[in-house]
Design a protein. Structure first.
Length: 257
């Protein structure tokens, strides 16, 4: 375990393998349980069928909270992550017959082609070194017709949703790191690889893209996003073309052809 804050910052900027230690405030049990419920609601609403016979992979599973939640609704769940300490904690905390965790060394997924019905990739695309390889791998291990839930933060957002700091994503990397440190939000900014709405869609070009961002915003109850209910009236007044470029977070279901 890296004990020096400076060494930890350098390591995180290099390979993001200690994300759970760099951003402990993002690992909260309640917030991850809430996110897991939302993801399950959305996937179920899209599939319109019971998920009990399906096999799921949580890509970037971290400490395992979301994977554990999903294990109640899926035949088998696997969580993978490059964060060794997070996976160790997941294995210690969550022990079920239909739940496994595995450490990976990079974006490659150590499973055969067409192995999974569902993949979850929530807030992880900006943490990997090779974004193209990540999506190539997800496409490869999905069964034909399988789907990937993608939660992806936006490069062009006024207030960054994880650090809660205005204009953070517009700053150069070094200045963003300094901003985060002086505001007491951590040692470095982990979102320096955020993309725009179009940039994310381009990255996912192999898939059939089902963009649920506006649908969730305008009908949050249907998909279990209760925290967005207060924004519902405003979202219905504004045109999609005005809302979409500046959404803090995008929600996609990516379907393998």
């Amino acid at each position: 375990m890296v004990t020096s804050n400076l060494l930890s910052m350098k390591k995180n900027k290099a390979n993001n393998k200690d994300y759970s230690e760099a951003l402990p405030f993002a690992m909260g049990e309640k917030s991850r349980q809430k996110k897991a419920r939302q993801i399950h609601h959305l996937i179920s609403a899209h599939l319109k069928k019971n998920t009990k016979k399906l096999i799921l992979l949580d890509y970037g599973a971290s400490i395992g909270t979301i994977a554990d939640y999903m294990s109640k609704y899926y035949k088998h769940v696997v969580g993978v992550d490059v964060d060794v300490n997070a996976i160790k904690k997941a294995k210690t905390t969550f022990k079920k017959k239909n739940l496994n965790f595995k450490v990976t060394t990079d974006e490659r997924i150590p499973y055969k082609d067409d192995s999974f019905d569902i993949v979850i990739a929530n807030q992880v695309y900006n943490c990997v070194e090779n974004q193209k390889l990540m999506f190539d791998e997800i496409y490869r291990i999905l069964k034909p017709g399988g789907i990937c839930f993608l939660g992806a933060r936006n490069r062009f957002v006024i207030i960054e949703s994880q650090y809660k700091l205005p204009l953070l994503t517009f700053l150069p990397s070094r200045l963003a790191d300094y901003y985060v440190r002086i505001m007491g939000k951590g040692n470095s900014f982990m979102g320096n690889k955020y993309l725009s709405h179009q940039g994310i869609k381009k990255l996912c070009h192999k898939f059939i893209i089902h963009d649920y961002t506006i649908a969730v915003l305008r009908n949050p109850e249907k998909f279990g996003f209760d925290g967005l209910v207060k924004y519902k009236p405003i979202s219905k007044l504004l045109p999609q073309s005005l809302i979409l470029p500046f959404m803090p977070n995008y929600i996609f279901l990516l379907e393998k052809n």
